[in-house]
Design a protein around this ligand. Structure first.
Ligand code: BG6
Length: 455
């Protein structure tokens, strides 16, 4: 049995924006879980950095409250909690003016070879550039340094290019970790295992056998408190440009030679570059209205006349030998009836049905990969309806829910950020987007949005 916890060496992680929502909801709980599971080594340090007037104890109290709120009671053990809080430190700073950066340098001490130093920029994108410059100007980087950023990585191709240029001006591409948290989800990684560790599907994985692919990320939540951000973005930029396209890449890419960062990312890039332009008639967008006691988008986002889309559905195509002519239907939206993320690969029908028509039709084989909730895989098949009555065909499903396997081994499904933060420390970029991928995705999205704006 392969060990479940791959140890990492001691590290320093600086979280800019450490008092913000992402840090409280995701990063602090993720780090706690890694410590609790024995992966955060002695000597690891997490330094919160933000403008809030706090000292280390105040930050620890904030982090402790975040653990109470966002970590399940069963995983909260007093000893691990205390050990985790002891790894935390805090530096008050203003990354734009540079005030406090010297104190951060002092807290970090000189860079030690072999001890990774990661800067996680959990801040609004307008601070990305200034922070990168300040880190550089204060000599905080060093050879084992990594910088972590997360979307929005630009607003269009031009701004994405400017952002890439800003980072690559200060860091090597191998030091830049662009998070798409979907890539950290267990089930999304499982797409690669399913495709490339099984002999069964790959021979069928092409236009000869696949009729269409559907990628759905439906959310039941609305924009909640994120109206001001979301209204300037919309579903296309918020979800399609990154999460849905990354899923499409994992479904459509050629098998990389190895499971290594650039081998995987090269293949994803080829898919993005092969995406066909989307015709006007092949994309619809919508905005949710109030229903069942919840407010309309315009009220929630506090944007009365907004035309921002909270829903988008489109038909994409991948213009290459493997996929020519196969539609990839992408759809995502907020305040939909249920929260469900699923990829369905629908295979072509049998070329000729040998059974009598009165026995019913053979249903299309569909391989549905459920990303959330109820993670698992379902394969729709046609079987003979058991029992007497002649040759009657009936639909049947092979259904595998991962929760069953996890429950059997008393494991929990780790959150995407647990995996991704540890990959940063390990220096593994496989699950992170390279700059050219981000640009290729924008290059495909831009004309769709430009078309909307024109009209
Ligand atoms: C984020 C989007 O990237 O992903 C949000 O900005 C969206 O609008 C979220 O709600 C969905 O993530 P998950 O992990 O809940 O599917």
């Amino acid at each position: 049995m392969v060990a479940r916890v791959v140890p990492v060496g001691a590290f320093d992680l600086v979280v800019f924006g450490a008092t913000g929502d992402l840090a409280r909801r995701k990063l602090i709980p993720a780090l706690y879980h890694r410590l609790h599971d024995g992966q955060m080594p002695d000597g690891a340090r997490v330094i919160g950095a933000a403008r809030s007037e706090l000292d280390a104890d105040g930050f620890r109290r904030m982090a402790d409250a975040a653990l109470g709120e966002f970590v399940g009671a069963s995983a909260l053990e007093p000893e691990a909690r205390a050990r985790f809080l002891a790894t935390l430190d805090y530096v008050q700073l203003d990354a734009v003016s540079g005030e406090g950066l010297e104190a951060l340098g002092a807290a970090l001490g000189p860079a030690e070879p072999g001890r990774p130093r990661a800067f996680y920029l959990s801040v609004a994108p307008r601070f990305f550039g200034p922070i990168a410059e300040q880190i550089h100007a204060h000599g905080l980087a060093g050879p084992d340094c990594r910088i972590v950023i997360e979307k929005p990585l630009g607003h269009d191709l031009a701004t994405a290019r400017a952002l890439n240029a800003c980072f690559t001006g200060h860091f090597d591409e191998r030091q830049i970790y662009r998070i798409d948290h979907y890539l950290g989800k267990e089930t999304v990684q499982n797409l690669m295992a399913l495709r490339f560790a099984n002999a069964l599907f790959e021979p069928l994985w092409n236009a000869r056998h696949v009729d269409h692919v559907q990628i759905t990320v439906a959310e039941s939540v609305g924009v909640d408190g994120r109206g001001p951000y979301y209204d300037g973005v919309g579903a296309m930029r918020d979800m399609v440009q990154n999460h849905l396209l990354q899923l499409l890449c994992l479904i459509a890419m050629e098998p990389p030679a190895r499971f290594e960062p650039d081998a995987v990312r090269d293949e994803k890039l080829k898919v993005l570059r092969a995406l066909a332009p989307v015709a006007e008639a092949d994309v619809v967008r919508g905005q949710y209205m109030g229903s069942n006691g919840s407010a309309a988008y315009t009220a929630e986002a506090e944007a009365a006349d907004s035309l921002t889309e909270s829903f988008v559905a489109l038909r994409a195509g991948v213009d290459n030998w493997r996929w020519a002519g196969v539609p990839f239907y992408l759809r995502t939206g907020k305040r939909l009836r249920a929260r469900v993320s699923e990829i369905a690969v629908a295979f072509r029908e049998v070329p000729h049905l040998i059974f009598p028509a009165r026995g019913g039709r053979a249903q299309q084989n569909v391989l549905a990969i459920r990303l959330q909730p109820d993670e698992g895989i379902r394969l729709s098949m046609t079987i003979k309806d058991p029992g007497p009555g002649g040759m009657r065909l009936a639909p049947a499903e092979l259904d595998m829910t991962f929760a069953d396997r996890l429950a059997a081994s008393a494991l929990r499904m780790p959150d995407a950020y647990e995996r991704l933060v540890m990959d940063v420390i390990r220096g593994d970029q496989t699950l992170f987007m390279r700059g050219d991928e981000v640009e290729a995705a924008w290059a495909w999205i831009d004309p769709i949005i430009a078309g909307w704006e024109e009209r």
